[in-house]
Design a protein around this ligand. Structure first.
Ligand SMILES: [Zn+2]
Length: 420
């Protein structure tokens, strides 16, 4: 791959000036621009054009099915199911604007704040133990984590599932400087008219990669800041924003210091001349201070690099982009998936659900039930029933959590077991 020396120098300065590169999105886009000049402009234009389409102005709630791949070397990296369930809950609260900290949003931004009406459903957790190390560089990203043959875990049907890989991401190093990396994501591929494989990585590489510590821990020590920064699961909220077409709110500006020429393609985010550096400075106003109608920097936005405990909002313009991407460039994500593990059928309901230890099946469909299996979140069968389908099913002593009930080896229903 040809490499842009200028970009490399910019990033070196960036790191050297006590800033760092926690999210590799800009590098992702720049690398694809390097291999295909014009990529960046075409990508942004396609996304912004899609967002203008009027059919997006509806209230439908879109649900994205999520597959986690935990690719670990040590047991510490092999994080518990409950943390992944908590991550899904975080995504749901933030993308539905049901997070308690929306009350911290300053009044000036209330008119633009929006519920994205996007929800996330945990579909599967896959675990792979590896001997490989995943280290990004300015010329390459550690996409081996997405490939079984290279010590990672192959994506599940990337047209229909959001694949999220959780692993240890080694720091980015350059000229002896180190920058921790929290995650990265590829933008939607808007370049279908280009020759196959010319710009986009393989379809199987779509998705989000996050460092396990952003999910597991309450804080992350950043050497450059000499500080622990809070971790609330919002690295994933941010990276999924990129995956759905969003850019950092400062656009591509501010690498060498404050630059107000950047543009994130969203009208209702204020012009911001640089990334916040994991602070929560509500006095910060990098561009247009004193001009009529000027707004301060929006440190509450998930697409800034502000501290996760001051982020609480997407804007209407950002929501329009994400929803347009879900009805165009990534429309498979909200389609019904038919196949062996996700047959959609109405008329079969598990009651009560959540349950504390038993349930029955309410069946008004034409399906005759002849087998029923309880599966855990990793897809392992933990209990089976071969008769008694019109009575109560008593569950073995199972821990609270999310389970799947598979009927006739084909139809899958979710069952939540709550604490008795
Ligand atoms: Zn980012």
């Amino acid at each position: 791959m040809r490499f842009c020396a200028f970009f490399l120098i910019l990033i070196a300065v960036h790191v050297n000036s006590q800033q760092f590169v926690p999210c590799l999105y800009d590098i992702v886009v720049q690398q694809r621009e390097e291999s295909n000049p014009g990529y960046k402009q075409a990508l942004y234009r396609a996304i912004e054009d899609a967002a203008k389409e009027s059919h997006l102005r509806n209230d439908e709630i879109y649900t994205i099915k999520v597959v986690f791949h935990v690719v670990y070397k040590t047991e510490e990296e092999n994080i518990h199911d409950s943390l992944l369930v908590r991550q899904i809950e975080r995504l749901n609260r933030d993308y539905r604007r049901q997070n308690a900290d929306t009350i911290n949003l300053r009044d000036v931004f209330h008119p633009v704040a929006a519920d994205a009406r996007i929800e996330f459903e945990l579909n599967e957790i896959r675990r792979v133990q590896t001997t490989k190390t995943f280290r990004p560089s300015f010329t390459g990203l550690p996409d081996q984590v997405k490939q079984t043959a290279n010590g990672g875990s192959d994506a599940k049907d990337p047209d229909h599932y959001l694949n999220i890989w959780v692993c240890k991401i080694e720091p980015l190093t350059f000229l002896g400087l180190e920058s921790p990396v929290l995650g990265y994501a590829y933008p939607p591929d808007a370049l279908s008219h280009w020759p196959a494989g010319s710009a986009a990585p393989a379809k199987e590489l779509e998705g989000v990669v996050i460092d396990y510590r952003t999910v597991r821990d309450d804080s992350y020590y950043i050497k450059q800041l000499n500080n622990n920064i809070p971790m609330l699961g919002r690295t994933t909220v941010h990276e999924v924003g990129h995956f759905l077409g969003l850019r950092h709110i400062s656009g591509d500006a501010g690498i060498l210091g404050v630059n107000c020429e950047g543009n994130d393609g969203v009208d209702d985010t204020p012009t911001q001349g640089m990334q916040s550096q994991f602070d929560c400075n509500k006095e910060q106003n990098t561009c247009g201070a004193g001009e009529p109608g000027d707004l301060p920097d929006m440190v509450e936005n998930y697409m800034d690099y502000s501290s996760e405990d001051c982020q609480n909002t997407f804007t209407k313009g950002q929501v329009a982009i994400m929803r347009s991407v879900l009805t165009t460039l990534r429309k498979g994500l909200i389609e019904d998936v038919s196949g062996t593990d996700d047959v959609k059928i109405s008329g079969i309901t598990l009651v009560p659900n959540p349950t504390s230890g038993y349930f029955s099946i309410k069946n008004t469909s034409d399906v005759i039930i002849h087998s029923l299996e309880i599966m855990d979140i990793r897809g392992r069968i933990i209990q089976q029933f071969n008769s008694g389908f019109d009575g109560y099913f008593t569950l073995d002593n199972l821990e609270a959590g999310l389970y799947f009930v598979r009927i006739n080896h084909q139809i899958t229903k979710k069952l939540v077991i709550a604490n008795p």
